[in-house]
Design a protein around this ligand. Structure first.
Ligand SMILES: Nc1ncnc2c1ncn2[C@@H]1O[C@H](COP(=O)(O)OP(=O)(O)OP(=O)(O)O)[C@@H](O)[C@H]1O
Length: 276
């Protein structure tokens, strides 16, 4: 299937024709620590299809970040299997199958926004003209056109996080992994970024894996909500959203939204009950 790319302006061929973007089967990951083994993930089964917006929600330590890190080949499972675009995570990483956005914007303060975005592109060996073209396109996508020459400290927290999203988008990967990107921002800024992220997702048709602690954020953004619980980290519920793709912020007051939020809350509670 040909996927039109907004970033390079051309049609590129998706390597994974029919394969799900992410497919985990019986995935286990146990860390060996000085205090004994920690089961960060146990028997995780999950399929993420192209174009899904999947949120991972659950209390601290339930393995949300670990799951994203396994997808990104930054951790290796101790059991079960996982594929990313039909490949092993290591192969997918070599194919630059994803962009990763971290909890903190993580921009280098001594480089301008433009140069922060260019850094990985330089390392990947893109020529100057291609770097410039990609920077211009991604800055437009996150609504930061004209801010390329600014330094991170000249931007608000929300703008810095958008710059960090732009940097992840510059890879032009179909998959975006986002680990609590808006957790440190106040609610109004966060609402605004949520709206912008949905617009960006609708325009680019990316597949997004998004970690959050916020029930409204998970329900507002997602096509699928993965509820997790700790000790051991496992999935307690996977909720397919029935909300329409068009989501003004006031959708959060509708009965349908509140019903999904209720189910997420129940899933989180059930996870705790398991521990007692
Ligand atoms: N490198 C590591 N070595 C040992 N234990 C680890 C390591 N990384 C994570 N853990 C443990 O694995 C479990 C899952 O951690 P993880 O960071 O994935 O949880 P999380 O759900 O993302 O938490 P948070 O919401 O606080 O970010 C925790 O008990 C954590 O302490």
């Amino acid at each position: 299937m040909a996927v039109a790319s907004e970033i390079d302006g051309s049609a590129s061929v998706n390597i994974a024709l029919q394969a799900p973007v992410i497919e985990a089967k019986g995935l286990d990951l146990t860390f060996q620590t000085n205090d004994g083994p920690v089961q960060a993930l146990r028997d995780v089964n999950l399929t993420i299809d192209k174009g899904d917006f999947v949120s991972f929600i659950g209390p601290s330590g339930c393995g949300k970040t670990t799951f994203l890190r396994v997808v990104a080949a930054l951790e290796h499972p101790t059991g079960g299997s996982i594929t990313v675009n039909g490949m092993t995570p290591d192969e997918a990483r070599r194919n630059r199958a994803y962009g990763y956005v971290f909890q903190a914007a993580g921009l280098y303060p001594w480089r301008t926004i433009e140069k922060n975005i260019k850094l990985p592109l330089e390392i990947m060996g893109f020529d100057r003209a291609e770097q410039d073209r990609r920077v211009k396109n991604v800055l437009e996508l996150v609504d930061l056109a004209g801010f390329g020459k600014k330094y991170p400290w000249q931007l608000s927290g929300g703008m810095q996080q958008r710059a960090s999203i732009a940097r992840a988008l510059a890879f032009d990967a179909d998959l975006l992994l986002m680990d609590e990107p808006f957790g440190a921002l106040d609610e109004i800024v966060r609402d605004h970024l949520n709206e912008q992220l949905l617009e960006l997702w609708a325009r680019t048709h990316k597949t997004i894996g998004f970690v959050t602690h916020s029930i409204p954020e998970a329900v507002y953004l997602s096509t699928k909500i993965v509820v997790m619980s700790p000790r051991p980290g496992r999935i307690t519920d996977v909720i397919e959203s029935t909300l329409p793709p068009e989501r003004p912020l006031d959708i959060r007051d509708t009965p349908e939204f509140l019903e999904i939020a209720h189910r997420v809350r129940e899933g989180l509670r059930a996870g705790h009950a398991y521990d007692d």
